[in-house]
Design a protein around this ligand. Structure first.
Ligand code: FAD
Length: 466
C-alpha cells in the first residue's frame, strides 16, 4: 500500500528539525508500521498521509503543529480514530496522532480524574472502576475519549449523570499558534463553552479533567430479544413503559440479524430480531423491579439482562463494531416514537441485508435535558430518541446497497427529524453542521473560531468556518 503514496515534497530540513528531540514516533510512507498507523476504525476510509506524528506529550504536539504550519501541510488530529467519516486521517498531510498519550490519574477522594488525549473509553473505565467511579461516556470501549468528549458524549450513564461534557472540569489545549492554554469555568470560559460540543475546531486538546460519578461496580444490564414480528407491538409498549422511567434507566433499541455468537441459540442465527438493551445504574433490586415489565412483554427469545459488572456491560457492543469493517451512518434525533416513526423503523429493519448491520435507537431525557441548552455548545438536549442508522459490512462487498438502505431509511424519517448529534454526522457539509448546533450557537462558535483559529488551520473536523 505504502508505495501508492506520492512522497510529499516537504522540506527535509523541517523534518530534521521536527525529529530533533521528538519523544514519540514519526512514521512516513516507507516506514514499517505505516499501514497499521494510517488506518482508522472505519475500513471504508482509505487515506495516505505524508507523515504520522505519534506524539508522546505536549511538546511533540506543539512541534508537529509547527511542522505542519511551516510546510503548509493539512493537519488531521487523531484521538481514538473513530470518526465515522474518517476525519482523523488525510491524504498527503500530517496526522497528529495522540494514541501514545495514555496517562490517567484518578483522585478517588476528590472524585476527579485527569485523562490524556490518547485514552480509550475502556482504558478510562478500567482505572475509574477500581474505585466504583466513572466518567459518563460512550458504549464501545475502543472509542477515543477525546473525540467523543469534544462532541458531547452520550452513553449508558447519561440519563442519570448527563453527557461526558457535563462532567468536564477543564481541558489543556494547544492552539493553532502552538500555545498551550487551559480552558475551564474560570479560565478562557468562552473557549470552555465551545469545547463542550464544538469538536476539534479550536486546537488540539492534550489533557482533560473530569468529575467522576459513582457507577456500579454491578449494574442490572443487558439485551432482551424478540422476533422482528413483535417489533411493532414491542415498540409501542416500550414507548409507554419508558414514559415514567427513572433516570437510572437507560435503554437502546437495536434491530439486526441475530449474530452467530455462542450465547445466541443456533435457531436464531441470521434471523431478524429486535432487542432492547438495558442499563439500570441504581441498586440491583430496584433495577430488577423496574425492568420486570419489559422482561414480561410477549415471549422474548433470549434474555441476557441480569446483574453484571458495569465494565462487562460496557464491552457488550464491542464485537458488533469491529475495526476495519466498512461502516456508513446517518443520524437524526426525533421527539417521540410516534406510530409513524415506529412503522417506518420496522419497515426498514425488515430490509436489512447485511448480517452485520445493527442500528441503535437511543433513549434521551433525564439529566441531559436538565442542563440549560445555552450552557454548552452541545445542542439537542431535548432529543427524545437518537437514531444512529448504521450499515455494517465486513468488506466492500454489499456496502453500496447497504448504504442506500441507510439513506432511504434516514430520508423516510425526514418529516420527524429534529436535532442531530455532531459526532454522528458523516461528511455532510456546512448546513448540517449548522443544524447540529442550531443557528444561534453556530454564530457564537464562529466567533470563537475567528478568535482561536482565524485561518481555519484545524479544518478537518465538523468544520465551523471562521
Ligand atoms: C464504534 C463507535 C461507537 C461510538 N459510540 C459512541 C457513543 O457511545 N457515544 C458517543 O457520544 N459517541 C459515540 N461514537 C461517536 C464518537 O463520539 C465519535 O466518532 C468521536 O469522534 C470518536 O472520537 P475518537 O477520538 O475515537 O475519534 P478520532 O477519529 O480520533 O477523532 C475524531 C475527530 O475529533 C477531533 N479530535 C480527536 N481528538 C482530538 C483532540 N485531542 N483535540 C482536538 N480534536 C480532537 C478531530 O477533529 C477528529 O477529526 C461512536 C463512534 C464509533 C465509531
Amino acid at each position: 500500500m505504502a508505495e501508492t503514496v506520492t512522497q510529499s515534497a516537504f522540506d527535509e530540513a523541517a523534518l530534521t528539525q521536527l525529529e530533533d528531540g521528538f519523544r514519540g514516533q514519526l512514521v512516513r510512507p516507507d516506514d514499517p508500521g505505516y499501514d497499521e498507523h494510517r488506518k482508522v476504525w472505519n475500513g471504508s476510509i482509505i487515506r495516505f498521509p505524508a507523515l504520522i506524528a505519534r506524539c508522546a506529550g505536549v511538546a511533540d504536539v506543539i512541534a508537529a503543529l509547527r511542522f505542519a504550519k511551516e510546510t503548509g501541510l493539512q493537519v488531521a488530529v487523531r484521538g481514538g480514530g473513530h470518526s465515522f467519516p474518517g476525519l482523523s486521517v488525510c491524504d498527503g498531510g500530517v496526522v497528529v496522532d495522540l494514541g501514545l498519550m495514555k496517562g490517567i490519574r484518578v483522585d478517588p477522594e476528590a472524585r476527579t480524574t485527569r485523562v490524556q488525549a490518547g485514552v480509550l473509553l475502556g482504558e478510562l473505565d478500567r482505572e475509574t472502576q477500581a474505585f466504583g467511579l466513572a466518567v459518563p461516556s460512550g458504549i464501545v470501549t475502543h472509542t477515543g475519549v477525546a473525540g467523543l468528549t469534544l462532541g458531547g458524549g452520550i452513553g449508558w450513564l447519561m440519563r442519570k449523570h448527563g453527557l461526558t461534557v457535563d462532567q468536564l472540569v477543564s481541558a489543556d489545549l494547544v492552539t493553532a499558534d502552538g500555545e498551550l492554554v487551559r480552558a475551564s469555568a474560570s479560565e478562557n470560559s468562552d473557549l470552555f463553552w465551545g469545547l463542550r460540543g464544538g469538536g476539534g475546531n479550536f486546537g488540539v486538546v492534550t489533557e482533560f479533567e473530569f468529575c467522576l460519578v459513582p457507577a456500579g461496580p454491578a449494574v442490572m444490564a443487558g439485551p432482551i430479544f424478540w422476533p422482528i414480528e413483535d417489533s411493532p407491538r414491542l415498540l409501542r409498549f416500550y414507548r409507554d413503559w419508558i414514559a415514567e422511567a427513572p433516570d437510572e434507566l437507560m435503554t437502546i433499541i437495536v434491530h439486526r440479524k441475530a449474530p452467530a455468537l455462542p450465547f445466541v441459540p443456533t435457531e436464531l442465527h441470521g434471523k431478524l430480531v429486535v432487542s432492547v438493551i438495558v442499563c439500570y445504574c441504581g441498586p440491583l433490586e430496584e433495577g430488577e423491579r423496574v425492568v420486570r415489565p419489559l422482561k414480561s412483554f410477549g415471549s422474548p427469545v433470549l434474555d441476557l439482562c441480569e446483574p453484571k459488572p458495569f465494565v462487562a456491560h460496557q464491552t457488550m457492543f464491542d464485537p458488533s463494531f469491529k475495526h476495519d469493517w466498512w461502516y456508513y451512518m446517518r443520524a437524526c434525533d426525533v421527539g417521540e416514537l410516534n406510530d409513524e416513526v415506529i412503522d417506518i423503523t420496522v419497515d426498514h429493519a425488515r430490509r436489512i441485508r447485511s448480517p452485520l448491520t445493527a442500528f441503535p435507537i437511543w433513549q434521551g431525557g433525564g439529566a441531559v435535558g436538565r442542563v440549560g441548552d445555552d450552557e454548552t455548545a452541545f445542542h439537542g438536549r431535548g432529543a427524545g430518541h437518537t437514531f444512529n442508522i448504521t450499515s455494517v459490512c465486513a468488506t466492500a462487498d454489499g456496502f453500496d446497497e447497504e448504504r442506500e438502505w441507510v439513506r432511504d431509511f434516514w430520508s423516510a424519517l425526514g418529516p420527524y427529524h429534529e436535532t442531530v448529534y455532531v459526532n454522528f454526522l458523516m461528511d455532510e457539509g456546512e448546513e448540517r453542521v449548522k443544524q447540529a448546533y442550531g443557528p444561534d450557537k453556530y454564530e457564537r462558535l464562529k466567533a470563537l473560531k475567528r478568535h482561536w483559529d482565524p485561518d481555519n488551520f484545524f479544518r478537518l473536523n465538523q468544520n465551523i468556518a471562521p
